[in-house]
Design a protein around this ligand. Structure first.
Ligand SMILES: [Mn+2]
Length: 348
């Protein structure tokens, strides 16, 4: 399939487009959505559920409305949402199981920052014709007519910056925020990332420190509680492999498992696996310190572990995830992930 071009993308101008992203929209997903909406003025951003506090601050600053999915519920929607109100309703703005939704007013559907049907709740109601993402392909990848999936990119914002560029200063700011956050403050960046960032920074009209204030939002209380809870429940494996000390931390959290996995790396683990066993679903987040780059891939471990929890997994070398439908298998899946990581190190 031919990679879509800037011209293909700009052909969406004037069309009724729906822009969405993965569950728990972060500043990369929402930043890219804002930037595209400012280019395609006839587009609407629809969040499948809650968005992060930093994403909400960015959307409010840019004056961008992020619509609730509730607005599109067939037979009695919640009415027009206020700007930046996504995630503030009783249901958290999330899709309700069993409810039907009417998105027939839209001609095109754009999915950002994920290619996995399991991670994009709207994929069960919508057939996305555009998928733009920087995660590796998964076995439940959505096959869109136009798809740009490049896991060498730091962020979906970097891909969007290269594809269409920013429409204005706020669009530049939105793209910058996503790149800074998802490159983990340029830990995972290329020369081209820095070139893009220089252009965006000169266009956004703000100093770098001011841009950082959007990315460095105090975390949601629920996220902080989850990180602390993950620390309390942590199981530690310390192995000496080929003369090297390897610390692997595993834990379970009530949510925000990606934040918890990052927190465990920050306090000393080389690799972390944090699971969330919910009432109906199971998710695992895997993280690895950059120092072990190229030795082992978290994406590959997650794709092998995912079938245990009845789902799919993938991502990047240092950051990956899995989701499935069998939470009761979580303990077993986490143990398997640890075994695969140790085996992987042993093979070096
Ligand atoms: Mn991203």
């Amino acid at each position: 399939m031919k990679k879509p071009s800037r011209k293909d993308f700009l052909a969406l101008s004037g069309k009724k487009c729906l822009i969405s992203f993965h569950s728990g929209g972060d500043i990369d997903a929402v930043g890219a959505a804002i930037s595209i909406r400012r280019k395609i003025k006839t587009a609407t951003i629809v969040a499948p559920d809650r968005i992060s506090s930093s994403a909400r601050k960015l959307a409010d600053f840019c004056g961008e409305e992020i619509a609730h999915v509730e607005k599109f519920r067939a037979g009695g929607g919640a009415g027009k949402p206020k700007p930046g109100s996504a995630g503030k309703s009783k249901s958290g703005g999330a899709l309700l199981p069993g409810a039907s939704y009417d998105f027939s007013e839209f001609e095109h559907f754009i999915l950002l920052d994920t290619n996995s049907a399991g991670n994009a709740p709207l994929a069960s109601h919508i057939s996305f014709d555009w998928v733009i993402d920087h995660h590796s392909l998964r076995s439940d990848s959505i096959r869109a007519r136009h798809s740009i999936i490049d896991n060498r990119m730091s962020s979906v914002c970097e891909i969007v910056a290269g594809l269409v560029g920013p429409a204005d200063s706020k669009s530049s700011l939105a793209l910058l925020c996503g790149i800074i956050a998802d490159s983990y403050y340029f830990h995972n960046a290329s020369i081209s990332t820095f070139k893009t960032v220089t252009k965006l920074l000169s266009k956004c009209g703000l100093e770098y420190q001011e841009v950082l204030s959007f990315v460095d939002q105090p975390r949601d209380v629920a996220s902080r509680l989850s990180m602390l809870e993950a620390c309390r429940n942590v199981a530690i494996v310390h192995e000496k492999i080929n003369g090297e000390d390897i610390i692997i931390a595993t834990s379970q959290a009530a949510g925000f498992e990606a934040d918890a996995a990052v927190a465990l790396i920050d306090i000393g683990a080389d690799i972390s696996f944090v699971g969330h066993a919910g009432k109906v679903g199971a998710r695992i987040s895997a993280r690895m310190r950059n120092a072990h780059f190229a030795k082992l891939s978290m994406a590959s471990i997650m794709s092998k572990v995912a079938p245990i929890i009845g789902g799919t997994g993938g991502g990047h070398v240092c950051a990956a995830g899995a989701n499935g439908t069998e939470p009761e298998m979580m303990e077993f899946a986490l143990n398997k992930a640890v075994r695969l990581a140790i085996e992987g190190f042993g093979k070096q």
